[in-house]
Design a protein around this ligand. Structure first.
Ligand SMILES: Cc1cc2nc3c(=O)[nH]c(=O)nc-3n(C[C@H](O)[C@H](O)[C@H](O)COP(=O)(O)O)c2cc1C
Length: 232
């Protein structure tokens, strides 16, 4: 048997892979046209997972309230803060040497020498400050996409990730940016409240993504695949 010359099937989601990023900035407030919202949710269709869109301002404020409540719980949890700090890269030298974690420039924060950043972090990372950032981010966004799954098992966690990735690529292809605000699913006691607010019934919110329009931000660095997956 030989392979035929079927040619390359162009796919806008494939073409968006290099452009996609989590854009953690304040957006410009413009709404996303209905046709584009439909295309993004259609692209995200996978078995066992649905995308619930929230674009009305009053409902977005209610989701923001849960984000702020859960964010406050996280910022006041010393275990969470120490793990977060472990993953922060405060300047280009740290980002390039480790090639993982969250580089400050990706979130619009200034670059600082490690000897200043480490002691200063506890002073500037406050619930009040972080909550104000979340509020600006949400109020400048066009909406939320919440990924809800039918069951809480490994198969459905993967389906939520696939659905998100397809949504993110379709959004990117349409010039729409996105970022996670997952606090209400990360702090377990807020997850049922989020499900009730969205009318999700028995389904489980797994990922909370805001979307809208903004310029790109600096990209996250990643280690090469050969660094993290080795052949047996
Ligand atoms: C399951 C999951 C949950 C995440 N939750 C958050 C979050 O709540 N807030 C946030 O700022 N980033 C969150 N991130 C975003 C990652 O930090 C981001 O994907 C990573 O920095 C890679 O950057 P990129 O997506 O721009 O390439 C999450 C990522 C994953 C995979």
């Amino acid at each position: 048997m030989s392979l035929g010359g079927a040619g390359v099937q162009p796919d806008p989601l494939f073409d968006a892979i290099f452009e996609r990023q989590c854009t953690r900035s304040v957006y410009d407030g413009r709404p996303v046209p209905a046709d584009d919202l439909t295309a993004m949710t259609e692209a995200a269709r996978v078995a066992g997972c649905s995308v619930l869109l929230v674009t009305g301002k009053p409902k977005m404020e209610q989701v923001l309230e849960l984000i702020i409540a859960a964010n406050t719980a996280q910022v006041e949890d010393p275990g969470f803060v120490s793990e977060l700090k472990h993953w922060l890269r405060f300047n280009p030298a740290e980002a390039v040497s480790l090639r993982d974690g969250l580089y400050s420039a990706c979130s619009g924060n200034p670059s600082l020498p490690s000897w200043i950043a480490n002691p200063a972090f506890g002073l500037v990372f406050t619930a009040e400050g972080e909550n104000a950032k979340c509020a600006d981010q949400v109020r400048s966004s066009a909406g939320f996409a919440v990924f809800v799954t039918d069951r809480n098992d490994a198969e459905h966690w993967v389906q939520a990730g696939r659905s998100y990735q397809r949504f993110a690529l379709a959004a990117t292809a349409l010039g729409v940016r996105h970022a996670f605000l997952n606090q209400p699913v990360e702090v377990a006691r807020y997850r049922p409240e989020l499900a009730a607010l969205l009318g999700a019934g028995d389904r489980r919110p797994d990922l909370v993504v805001r979307f809208g329009y903004a310029n790109p931000m600096p990209r996250s660095l990643r280690r090469p695949v050969s660094d993290v997956i080795t052949a047996a």
